[in-house]
Design a protein around this ligand. Structure first.
Ligand code: PLP
Length: 389
């Protein structure tokens, strides 16, 4: 049997990883400023993470959600405390899309409505409802488009008010910093207006923190900068540092739950909880927040100083460098010739930068050197912005 060809693959096979470095089967060392798509939070193979996972494997990997699991309880307590969201309840699942799927279900159960308001260039996953609130028609199968979704521009308060004024929307879903969309940020005013109009219209305010959560933006959740409290928060990616786990946090009292309302076989299994508990432990003991803020600033400053980068977008360690040409070939060139992994986005000119959150200033210097050398060799001419394209 062959694999379905649904991914564009680099001709590289990583077999070992440590910190922000990835090593291929040929022995080549790569600098990972992509974090396996914003997944690696505390660094590849962090020693505490590895030893906790090994211990848990020795004890037990899985039992179903029909029995008590103190690892889930510990996870909810630590996540609530560290994120300052103690007044939420947690449902555990296995991926980002599954978190969004369940968040939309909660919104629809609560409001008895089906319409969703989303943001242009949004990405919320590829499963049935999640892909329907994603702004990319190409990846929607006919079966996905069974409820109405409308897309408004980021920060268009009037369009949001007009839509919610109809009192017909189950939910507004928003990434406070867009990931795949290209790092556009919601303004404080926009998020505050969404919170207030959702309250007025009995609409659920869903914050998708799957990519921006767990301090990637500098705050535990990106929406926290704007002082809002969404009804529902979706989480995944950095939560497990590479081990699959996702979750939905719902404000206590937002909805009356009943057994069977949500469920999953694998969600919250022992090994997945151990992964997240280890991440939370390291986030606290190594003060990841301070590192993201200071190294993020340092990286942003370094990028802004490079001639040929026309804009630096994002915050924390969720950044993008904008060029005045499509970066597809340049990104590939950086991988093969400068052993540097970075990301792309819907914006063809934007190189996405998503390193592990415990990256150092030394690693950033290394990154900036590789990038500068790559730009020089790739003939990215700084001043008149002409390129080899
Ligand atoms: C903001 C956001 N939401 C949802 C998802 C979907 O997550 P997953 O790929 O784990 O299903 C992603 C994935 O990139 C994402 O960036």
């Amino acid at each position: 049997m062959n694999l379905q060809e649904v991914y564009n693959l680099f001709d590289i096979e990583p077999i070992y990883a440590k910190g922000c470095k990835v090593y291929s089967v040929t022995g080549a060392e790569y600098l990972d400023f992509y974090g396996g798509h914003a997944v690696i939070s505390i660094g590849h193979s962090h020693p505490h993470f590895v030893s906790e996972m090994k211990n848990q494997i020795d004890k037990m990997i899985f039992y179903s959600n029909s029995v008590k699991n103190h690892l889930q309880v510990n996870l909810a307590e630590d996540l609530g405390r560290l994120s300052k969201c103690e007044d939420y309840e947690l449902f555990l699942c296995n991926s980002g899309a599954e978190a969004v799927e369940n968040a939309l279900k909660i919104a629809s159960f609560k409001t008895k409505r089906t319409k969703v308001l989303a943001i242009k260039s949004s990405f919320h996953g590829r499963t049935s409802a999640a892909v329907n609130v994603t702004d990319n028609e190409k990846i929607k199968a006919p079966i996905n488009t069974r409820f109405e979704t409308n897309f408004i521009k980021m920060n268009d308060i009037d369009a949001m008010k007009e839509a919610l004024g109809t009192h017909t929307y189950a939910a507004v879903i928003i990434e406070s910093i867009q990931g795949i969309g290209g790092l556009d940020q919601a303004s404080d005013e926009f998020l505050q207006a969404i919170e207030s109009y959702c309250n007025k219209a009995n609409t659920t305010f869903i914050a998708d923190e799957i990519q921006s959560g767990f301090y990637r933006s500098g705050d535990f959740f990106a929406f926290q900068k704007s002082g809002v409290t969404p009804d529902v928060i979706t989480i995944a990616k950095g939560m497990g540092n590479g081990f699959p786990i996702g979750g939905v946090m719902t404000k206590s009292g937002f909805i009356d739950t009943w057994p069977g309302m949500l469920g999953t076989t694998f969600g919250g299994n022992h090994l997945a909880c151990t992964a997240c508990n280890s991440v939370l432990h390291v986030i606290e003991s190594e003060d990841i927040m301070t590192n993201v803020k200071s190294v993020g600033q340092y990286l942003k400053k370094g990028l802004s100083a490079i001639d040929g980068i026309v804009e630096v977008k994002g915050r924390g360690l969720m950044l993008g460098a904008k060029f005045n040409f499509p970066i597809k070939d340049f990104r590939t060139y950086l991988v093969y010739n400068h052993k540097l992994f970075t990301g792309s986005s819907k914006d063809p000119n934007l190189l996405r930068i998503l390193p592990p959150l415990n990256v150092t200033k030394y690693d950033v210097d290394d990154f900036l050197n590789r990038l500068r050398q790559g730009m020089e060799a790739f003939n990215v001419v700084p001043h008149d912005f002409e390129t080899q394209f």
